[in-house]
Design a protein around this ligand. Sequence first.
Ligand SMILES: [Zn+2]
Length: 464
Amino acid sequence: MNPFKFILSTVIVLLGFCSCEKESGKQESTALKSEMPEIKRLFGSQTKTLSNGLQIVVVEEHSVPRVSMSVLYKVGAADDPAHIMGVSHMLEHLFFYGSSKYPDFTRAVGKLGGVAEAYTDYDCTVFNIDCPVEKLGVAFAMEADRMANFCLKDDQVFEREKKVIHEERLTRVENSMHGLLHEFIQNAISPQHPYGKLVIGQPHTLLAISKDDVMAHYKKWYKPHNAVLIVVGDVKAEGVFGEAERAFGGIPSEDASASSLERVRVKNSMTENVHQKIQCTWANIESARVVLCYNTPHFKKDGKRKCFALLLGLRALLEPSCDFYTYFEDKKFISNLTFFCGFAAFDPELLRIQVDLPKTITPKVFLKEFFAKIEQILKNGVKPEDFAREKKLYLINVAYKETDGHRKICDCFTCLARGDTVEGVEASCEDLLSVTEEQANAALKEFLGKKPRALVKMSPESER
Ligand SMILES: [Zn+2]
């Protein structure tokens, strides 16, 4: 028996827009610039594309004698046919059991002294191996084998993984406040777009997926020209290109000239001046959560610099050491506050500000204070010292790649599946460095100055 009980009320209000000031001219923080290293290209990566269309990206990083590799397929849950939503994620699971040479892929990688993992998101499916550097050639051969020869012979494996995924959904969605709320929000704000469903699929779409569906999905998308091989570690790029050519070069691609398959996405039907209020109650939780969803710029339409201006503005507002956060913390109005900025997805997403409230504070009380404080900040701007500090901290996090490790650098290149380029990734630091306080404040005004597209409250009981 599912204990979950909710009231969902959607209030749609049509509203006008607030005016916003134009971005002012460039006033770079020279103090900050002088403290930051001169970074022309962030990772100094080298890239090459094989004749079958497989793109290879190599970052030489010699701190430890290990290597991380990722095979990135430019397909994710948002490309799943609606009636079998979840098929990308199911293929990801089965991809560990579909090779006759390596029937248990994870174990075979373990024997190399390595670790194999994978994940699926809306826009990509990623397979990772971390291993000793001398085993890279074997790891390539293994990845190439499953890219070329995946097959699903064993019905038992198929049925078992289907069950595993059902269990995963129960744990991550049905029995999780975070998962349930995420599913509601996605459904409400993207009713037509596939981002409106969860990557894992829904119980009825999972049931509908057949072995043939999984094989068809693999045959359509898992092609060398729809993949990127990312290698970061104690290697030489030329050596990696040679090894990769030997392992992957023989895999045929029907149309190696196409850089990617066409990804047909439904446009969202929700107009931008529709605002929703969603209220859920669930007796299983102890205190309330509030999520505010706002429009964001999108990197393909608005350019990355505008996206970074908003990102740095949000950090100067919402990071724990900033004035805004401390104000709510000192008043004991929040237990936790995080934000997610969705401007780097393949299709536009929304910015979410997620706040967990202490038991003593209701969403109504919190929101009154939140909007008043936001209005004040948008008028006066963020504290200059908050902006300077957060910009510096963020740049250091992004720029000092050694502290982040090989795996994190691989992850930085997964945006190639969302329409970004190697040079775009390499220019990230310069783009961030160029953002001024004025631009950050202008971006905050433009995007937080409007009513949220969705205001979501989940509480243990309905508000009186
Ligand atoms: Zn899974």
